[in-house]
Design a protein around this ligand. Structure first.
Ligand SMILES: NC(=O)c1ccc[n+]([C@@H]2O[C@H](COP(=O)([O-])OP(=O)(O)OC[C@H]3O[C@@H](n4cnc5c(N)ncnc54)[C@H](O)[C@@H]3O)[C@@H](O)[C@H]2O)c1
Ligand SMILES: O=c1ccn([C@@H]2O[C@H](COP(=O)(O)OP(=O)(O)O[C@H]3O[C@H](CO)[C@@H](O)[C@H](O)[C@H]3O)[C@@H](O)[C@H]2O)c(=O)[nH]1
Length: 433
């Protein structure tokens, strides 16, 4: 089937490439002409495992192409996927300006050709949008009967985006229009997983509910970790024991420096703001956000129990991106930790496999290293901020010999605590006795 994907960022590019891999003919459209020119040459411009390789394969086979013109795609497509960003406004609500701009252009173009063809097209909203947005769009399109509307929220994780797109846990198809559902069913026919066929509003709520629930699990474990630190319990053992209960499950019980990324912080704020707009107080969600915001502050307080004065001490930060296997720095915990440590007077070195240059633009005075050992050289403490394999799998004897003082602070509970201690290092994790 011929489809177009508008917005070729993390979600849009992955969506375009995965639909091409499923055999469809895809046009990716972006307002950013530089990005389009890069994509036409087969450069992904972002880091996602296997994405660039498959992009090049699909370009070579002619299954995907890119353009900065909406006309290029809309009129030849049965499905138009909208994947533009919905970043937070200052009050926490979702900024729908890019989405609205795209939708009015689609409507204008299709209306202008009305009568020339009676082809029914479905506008599929993959961007995360407040509950009610899709129904609002359907009302706006009411005078263009050949335009249908569906909500098809995306659940991919950065760092495994292409894999998640091709092997989703579920596909949520939110639409009140049988023809739209039929087009989506055909498009996704080759993927094996549960379908949730539901209303547009339910689909939107499933997306916010899922992210807010996962964020809640993380904040709950971070709160429990703070108590575990006081009581001599080890949160990693606690999480293992809890997770074996199938009602709880083993996932997203990882205490650490708090959740980051382009989705959890933004979507919890947007949901909370949506509640406020509708007169529904959401105190639990507010606490989830607050626990998350305070987690790096708490972590620095813990660190100061071993190193009471940080002024003049060299601290090495290992990992800067918001999670491993991505070059995305949006809401990364490192960006909350760095100013806290600088305020204490610490001197910082840092290493990230992909993000040194991005962080250098914000903090040019940090000492950026080419590998973890170089960052740790002469430091008074090493801090694991992001659990990149390169930063986790360390030779602790070498670490011990390169550090000035033997302190390791594991912000992800990912280092081998026993091996670090055996090498003569002082280890402190998040909520580990
Ligand atoms: N990043 C994720 O892991 C993820 C996962 C699930 C859902 N989402 C949701 O998907 C949406 C997109 O997220 P993202 O991370 O891919 O964003 P992104 O910022 O990486 O990409 C957005 C793209 O849209 C383009 N764009 C903006 N305005 C445009 C316009 N008028 N016409 C054409 N293109 C335009 C931008 O140039 C950019 O390339 C958001 O709503 C987000 O909440 C993101
Ligand atoms: O036990 C855990 C698991 C994750 N995190 C942190 O949580 C954040 C988000 O991680 P993850 O969910 O793996 O990455 P995202 O790419 O942000 O994916 C989330 O956000 C996407 C955007 O909406 C959704 O599509 C995905 O389903 C959802 O997992 C990161 O900072 C992680 O370090 C923890 O602190 N503890």
């Amino acid at each position: 089937m011929k489809i177009s994907v508008i917005g070729t960022g993390y979600v849009g590019l992955t969506t375009a490439v995965s639909f091409a891999l499923m055999g469809h003919d895809v046009i990716g459209i972006d307002i950013d002409q530089t990005k389009v020119a890069r994509l036409q040459k087969g450069e992904a411009g972002i880091y996602e495992p296997n994405l660039e390789k498959e992009l090049q394969n699909m370009l070579a086979l002619g299954k995907v192409s890119f353009s900065s013109s909406l006309e290029a795609g809309i009129l030849s497509s049965r499905a138009i996927f909208v994947c533009v960003g919905t970043p937070p406004l200052p009050d926490g609500s979702a900024d729908l300006s890019a989405l609205n701009q795209v939708l009015s252009s689609i409507k204008e173009r299709v209306k202008a050709t009305a009568g020339a063809s009676n082809v029914t097209r479905v506008v599929v909203i993959k961007s995360t949008v407040p509950v009610g947005t899709n129904d609002h769009i359907a009302r706006q399109f009411a005078d263009v009967p050949e335009l249908l509307v569906a909500s098809n929220p995306e659940f991919l994780r950065e760092g495994s985006a292409l894999h998640d797109s091709l092997h989703p846990s579920r596909i949520v198809l939110g639409t009140e229009e049988p023809q739209a559902l039929a087009i989506l069913e055909e498009l996704y026919a080759s993927l094996v997983c549960e379908r949730v066929r539901t209303t547009r509003a339910n689909a939107e709520m499933i997306k916010y509910g899922s992210n807010a629930f996962l964020a809640t699990k993380i904040s709950f474990m971070n709160e429990l970790a703070r108590l575990s630190a006081e009581l001599g319990a080890d949160i990693t053992e606690v999480a293992r024991g809890m997770g074996l209960d199938s009602r709880i499950g083993p996932y997203f019980l990882g205490a650490g420096l708090g959740y980051g990324g382009s989705c959890f912080p933004k979507d919890t704020s947007a949901l909370s703001e949506l509640g406020a707009q509708h007169g529904v107080d959401m105190p639990l969600l507010k606490q989830v956000q607050q626990v998350n915001e305070l987690q790096p502050v708490w972590f620095v307080e813990q660190l100061k129990k071993l190193l009471p004065t940080l002024a003049g001490l060299k601290i090495a930060l290992l990992g800067l991106s918001f999670k491993p296997q991505t070059d995305d720095m949006r809401e990364a915990a490192s960006l909350r930790l760095i100013p806290l440590l600088l305020r204490e007077g610490a001197v910082l070195s840092a290493y990230d496999p992909l993000c040194n240059e991005k962080v250098r633009k914000l903090y040019p005075d940090l000492d950026f290293a080419d590998n973890p050992y170089q960052a740790l050289a002469g430091a008074d403490a090493g801090v694991l901020v992001t659990e990149w394999e390169q930063c986790v799998k360390l030779d602790f004897t070498r670490v011990k010999s390169t550090l000035r003082q033997p302190f390791l602070f594991d912000g992800r509970n990912a280092w081998d605590k026993r091996a670090a201690i055996d090498a003569g290092l002082t280890y402190m994790g998040v909520g580990r006795s």
